[in-house]
Design a protein around this ligand. Structure first.
Ligand code: NCD
Length: 360
């Protein structure tokens, strides 16, 4: 399969930290001076292909493009498109990308954005690929921290809730581990602890981290508390989900034990892991965070459309002796894709979903 020649955002870690900082700084400039950018994307078209539900990510991308003077096309329900007739990801991507300048994709399978980038004739942005990654939420989180805490380093960050399936958690840990002096407290039940590859990444980057089951035990030491919902749609059974639901709930009583300058973030949607009265606490920044998401996406659209720094989509190698057995990997659905593998800490990982590949 030939490599297209566009800049994509599949995983933030494909880019150096300096590039993230440029996007964040541009997001801050746009936030302060939006009128300077009202024609910046005049004549450009953004397509949003949302195979999974979304409120913020989709609408913040759409309003970002409209505020830049561009136009939008797309679907938010694949069943109203030719996907319902059995069209594969490759064909949908190929065609829609020929109508647009930038394509934003959300899909329930890990590695789907990478797969889309392989055939698209325009740049592709990962707006969430299954339980894997969500890089634009991370840009949102980083801009929020930069604006509200004034720094991205030397923060003690608690991440609480569904650390196993929460793609926003995975992307944020990957990103914050690249800034100096950040410490992590991973607050979850044993069943929903962060995947091994995330814990390994924290160890390898030299970040201090510990795992904790009690939010009460950790809250007093945190500069940032990143709450997440239990990802019901990613559980194998309803019984497994019900066993995890309602375990963590941030309340005003708990907030009383937190630092006066704690930043409470949440990618949203909230289910019941933050009690509604917490919204009145000035440390609750999640609605502001959602708004910053639009500004950072404006910055991202501009950066990608002006970019001449073309990155290859696939980095890994073919390996006839290995196979990806993850049923939630895009390889399990789109059989024309070439399996590719990368070596990571002595293990062979599927390049699409980053799960361990097994010997055939
Ligand atoms: C998150 C997502 O879709 O992963 N939402 C978002 O994009 N803001 C978090 C979630 O759904 O729990």
């Amino acid at each position: 399969m030939s490599e297209p020649n566009y800049s994509h955002l599949i995983d933030l870690n494909d880019y150096p930290v300096e590039w993230w900082n440029k996007v964040i700084n541009l997001g801050a400039t746009i936030y302060h001076h939006p009128q300077r950018y009202v024609q910046a994307c005049a004549g450009k078209i953004m397509a949003t292909l949302f195979y999974e539900p979304s409120t913020r990510t989709q609408m913040s991308f759409q309003s970002a493009m409209i505020r830049l003077g561009g136009s939008i096309i797309g679907f938010d329900n694949p069943m109203s498109s030719s996907v319902s007739k059995g069209e594969n990801l490759k064909d949908t991507t190929k065609v829609v990308s020929s109508y647009s300048d930038i394509l934003i994709i959300r899909h329930p399978l890990a590695g789907s954005a990478k797969a889309a980038a392989m055939t698209a004739d325009c740049c592709v942005v990962n707006a969430g690929d299954g339980g894997h990654l969500h890089p634009t939420q991370t840009l949102t989180d980083l801009l929020t921290l930069k604006m509200e805490k004034g720094r991205l380093e030397h923060l003690t960050v608690g991440l609480c809730g569904d650390l196993l399936y929460g793609r926003t958690v995975h992307s944020l840990c990957k990103a914050l581990s690249c800034y100096a002096g950040n410490k992590f407290v991973l607050i979850s039940t044993p069943e929903l602890r962060a995947p091994e590859y995330i814990r390994k990444l924290l160890r390898d980057s030299g970040c201090e981290y510990r795992e904790e089951t009690s939010l009460d035990a950790a809250i007093g030491e945190l500069d940032v508390l990143y709450m997440t919902r239990i990802q019901r749609e990613r559980f194998a059974s309803q019984a497994d989900y019900l066993a995890q639901k309602d375990i963590y709930c941030l309340t005003p009583e708990k907030m009383a034990h937190a630092k006066p300058d704690l930043a409470v973030l949440h990618p949203l949607p909230r289910v019941d892991e933050i009690a509604v009265p917490v919204d009145e606490d000035p440390r609750a920044l999640y609605f502001k965070q959602a708004q910053y998401g639009m500004y950072v996406r404006m910055a991202l659209i501009l950066k990608l459309l002006e970019s001449e720094n073309h990155l290859p989509v696939l980095h890994g190698e073919a390996n006839a002796e290995r196979q990806c057995v993850n049923p939630k990997c895009i390889l399990a659905q789109e059989h024309y894709l070439p399996p590719r593998f990368v070596q990571e800490g002595g293990h062979t990982l599927c390049e699409y979903c980053e799960e361990r590949a097994l010997k055939k």
